[in-house]
Design a protein around this ligand. Structure first.
Ligand code: NBG
Length: 828
């Protein structure tokens, strides 16, 4: 233990809000002692992490209180981001970075004799999301705070987030994510901010004493939502916004009636039932799970959030008709779309407003972001199920639909087919509620998440709505926070960039453009290569630690990390790996450069095909990595348990970013942005935000392959026959035959049959149609890699031109075009 001992410290205060090295030491030791009841010599790594976390939290609270006081005083119009998922990632490092005190805290901990990285590593991340959609919400709250936008995120405090993935014998195994096990120093429970949420029961229609038609809903079951707040600090500003996560609790946690009659178990039954609502995150990414509990979660979130907003509106405004002046609510996909009906219920049933003005308020309040075109992901609730959980909301939805369809009939007389297509109720098969339609009708703005996706929305999935209200539709291309995904994760490149162009880019990412001329500077390219080399070495060490696989840090790191889904086509990547392997076997002297192909990602537990693709990757890796004949020139690794924390160790070390979805299927993608920001070149289709990334970085710095959306649609219309590709392409046939013949499964021809049959039979994501173009493009990648100057130039230009993909730009667009909200400065 270096020069600071407990005895030498004044133990009367924690050092309050200072951020010098000495302040951090004092605060750390004070918190270790007074909050955790420990002293340094016996403190565990978790104690140390918690003591530093509490020291940071004190500094956040100071900013947070000032922020809420400022918003309160200025009656600031506020954005509410409603999302069933927030995939935050670890807080400690990010908060230190945003505080502008990362280096000081690090030095303080090192001077105390601790390993700072290990302390950061101790933090269990809150995995309260599945993938892109949840991570986007997390990037957006970061940007809203950084841009000093009055904003709140509302979500669910799942006790169990996304499962942890372990690999056994090449198969994914899911383990419960006990993220709260060792305590969560970042949240502040607010037991006095509690909302009562009803479920089930019945409604009564009556006329009140003033002769007004009214509806009373008597729920069968009540659950309490308790607010848990996490401060979200902006980057080097005084703003600390709030993420409010709701936890479900029983209204009465103990039933004395049951207890007194001897039914001890029954006495706590209600508690168990109620708490189930916020127990666990549904682990499906871009997939609809029509379970009652999921609907209950959605309504629970929405009702808690809207009641909370209403409470705040009524603190300052006399009347709920001012709701939309105080709040802009953004629906992150349709998961919170029942908010449209809930706000109507609050306004009409609870506060006695007439339908039309209430509808006007609702409509002005809501904005809807669509995140997918996949038909299987569009949420549709069977009427019977919906009615049993939310009987009053069903009535409200019917009334919204009745009025809406009248409007449709007036606009398009005689067009019954259009009425049927637009209805909030799908009458085909069993009747169900189309949540995307509810969101569209109830919102004043509807946006997609990349230019291509927004176009496809207007022309396909939501075409009839775009016909009706073209002015409601707009695009906001996704973005990512450069704080977490560049500055925090890639200190080497961050320093190199800052040394070259100053630090203006940290506040205005477009300033990365100043790097462009540096791409022509040989010494700078050398320095760039050397940083990338260091990053690859760290990545290789990580791969070794996690998988036992040795990789060559001088090789091309070719990386695909994202959820496993057939539309994302990890199996197309595998086919290229097998083809490369066969080429190396045939000709060990061929000029393909050494390559390390890395995969990571989780599959939904019930998604058999995705799980089998994970198994296939392991099976191929086993053969390829152990074949001495190819002399280590190809390595394949699957890094388990992809999450935010692990991703931060992956992006910096990547050279090639795989963004190879079937055109028209990936709404945007955000991993594509994270890779490019860290200097990886993309191999990709014209899908999602790839299109805009390619335009931005320059076609010559992007490896394009595959069919366009139009070509995909044409081929499907002509009746697509995957078998013909198999028959006519030798290398493709060889790759698929190897899988089918058991070359990667010890001769077992059954194991991977579902994949083979799927590809040769229907191949719904047209893997075989894009195979040749992909493999040829990968050959071009190999050639480019063999010209280091060319590669490095392209890598620098990717970073220099990636500025527009910051989530700050996206949030500015939401503020300008949808929310009409302006920054509010918080004084020091
Ligand atoms: C996902 C898309 C991604 C997109 C993220 C964030 C859903 C429903 N959609 O392409 O698949 O980047 O949303 O917009 O999770």
């Amino acid at each position: 233990m270096a020069n600071l001992h407990l005895q030498t410290l004044p133990m009367t205060e924690s050092g309050s809000a200072g951020t010098s090295v000495e302040d951090w030491k004092k605060a750390f030791l004070w918190n270790l002692y007074y909050v955790l009841g420990r002293f340094p010599e016996t403190a565990s790594m978790n104690d140390k992490y918690l003591a530093l976390a509490h020291s940071v939290r004190e500094r956040l609270l100071d900013r947070w209180v000032k922020t809420s006081e400022t918003y309160y005083r200025k009656k600031a119009r506020t954005a509410c981001y409603l999302s069933a998922e927030f995939l935050l990632g670890p807080h400690l490092g990010n908060n230190l970075l945003n505080l502008g005190a990362y280096d000081e805290a690090k030095q303080a901990m090192e001077e105390l004799g601790f390993n700072f990285e290990d302390m950061l590593d101790q933090e269990e991340e809150p995995g309260l999301g599945n993938g892109g959609l949840g991570r986007l919400a997390a990037c957006y709250v970061d940007s809203m705070a950084t841009l000093e936008i009055p904003a709140v995120g509302h979500g669910i405090r799942y006790e169990f987030g996304i499962f942890d993935q372990v690999i056994r014998d090449g198969w994914q195994v899911e383990i419960a994510d006990k993220w709260l096990r060792l305590g969560n120093p970042w949240e502040i429970p607010r037991p006095e901010i509690a909302m009562t949420v009803g479920f089930g029961g019945h409604t009564e229609h009556y006329t009140d004493e003033n002769g007004r038609y009214r509806v009373r809903w008597t729920p069968q079951r009540l659950v309490k939502g308790i607010a848990h707040d996490t401060p979200i600090l902006g980057f080097r500003v005084n703003t600390a916004n709030m993420l409010r996560l709701w936890r479900a609790e029983a209204v009465n946690s103990f039933d004395f009636q049951s207890f007194n009659t001897g039914d001890y178990y029954g006495a706590v039954e209600e508690k168990v039932g109620s708490e189930t609502i916020s127990k666990v995150l549904y682990p499906n990414d871009a997939g609809f799970e029509g379970k009652q509990l999921r609907l209950e979660q959605q309504y629970f979130l929405v009702s808690c959030a809207l009641q909370d907003m209403m409470r705040i509106v009524l603190q300052t405004a006399p009347d709920p008709k001012h709701f939309h002046e105080k709040y802009a609510v953004q629906l992150n996909d349709t998961h919170p779309a029942v908010a449209v009906a809930e706000l109507m219920r609050l306004l009409v049933d609870q506060y006695g407003m007439d339908w039309e003005p209430a509808w006007d308020v609702t409509h002005r309040t809501m904005g809807y972001t669509n995140h997918t075109l996949l038909p299987e992901a569009l949420e549709k609730w069977p009427i019977g199920l919906f009615e049993s959980v939310l009987p009053r909301h069903l009535e409200i939805i019917f009334e919204i639909n009745r009025r809406f369809l009248d409007e449709v009939r007036a606009r398009f007389p005689g067009d019954d087919d259009r009425v049927r297509r637009l209805s909030l109720i799908d009458e085909s098969g069993g009747r169900s509620i189309r949540m995307a339609h509810l969101a569209c009708v109830g919102s004043h703005a509807i946006n997609g998440v990349a230019a291509l996706h927004s176009e496809l929305l207007k022309h396909e999935v939501l075409r009839d709505f775009a016909d009706m209200w073209p002015e409601k539709f707009l695009n906001v291309t996704n973005g990512i926070t450069p704080r977490r995904f560049f500055m925090l994760t890639n200190p080497g490149l961050t320093k190199l960039v800052t040394d070259a162009i100053g630090d203006g880019w940290t506040r205005d990412l477009d300033k990365l453009r100043l790097l462009e001329p540096k791409a022509e500077d040989t010494a700078f390219r050398d320095a760039w290569r050397s940083v990338k080399q260091h990053c690859r070495e760290a990545f290789a060490a990580e791969i070794l630690k996690k998988t036992g696989i040795k990789t060559d840090p001088a090789s091309l790191f070719d990386v695909q990390v994202k959820r496993f889904h057939e539309y994302k086509r990890q199996h197309l990547n595998v086919l290229n790996v097998i083809t490369l392997y066969h080429r190396l076997k045939r000709d060990p002297h061929c000029d393909a450069p050494a390559r390390t192909v890395v995969f990571a990602g989780k599959a939904a537990p019930g998604y058999m095909m995705a799980k089998l693709i994970i198994k296939l990757i392991h099976a191929v890796a086993d053969i390829v990595n152990n074949d001495r004949a190819i002399d280590g020139r190809l390595r394949v690794a699957f890094v388990p348990d992809y999450n935010v924390k692990n991703s931060q160790r992956i992006f910096p070390g990547a050279d090639l970013s795989e963004q190879i979805s079937t055109a028209g299927k990936e709404a945007s993608g955000t991993g594509n942005m994270k890779f490019a920001m860290n200097g990886a070149l993309t191999i990709g289709t014209l899908d999602g935000a790839n299109v805009e990334i390619r335009d931005a970085v320059g076609a010559e710095n992007f490896f394009l392959f595959g069919m366009t959306v139009d070509e995909v649609q044409r081929r499907l219309a002509e009746r697509y026959r995957p078998y013909e590709h198999y028959r006519s392409d030798e290398e493709l046939k060889e790759a698929i035959d190897a899988i089918a013949d058991g070359a990667f499964s010890n001769g077992d021809r059954e194991l991977f049959r579902p994949i083979v049959d799927n590809l040769l039979g229907t191949d719904p994501y047209m893997v075989l149609a894009d195979y040749r173009s992909y493999v040829d493009c990968q050959e071009e990648v190999g050639r480019a890699w063999c010209e280091p100057e060319r590669w490095t130039r392209a890598s620098i230009l990717n970073v220099a031109r990636i500025g527009q993909f910051t989530s700050d730009r996206a949030i500015r667009e939401y503020c300008r075009d949808i929310w009409h909200i302006h920054p509010v400065k918080v004084a020091e």
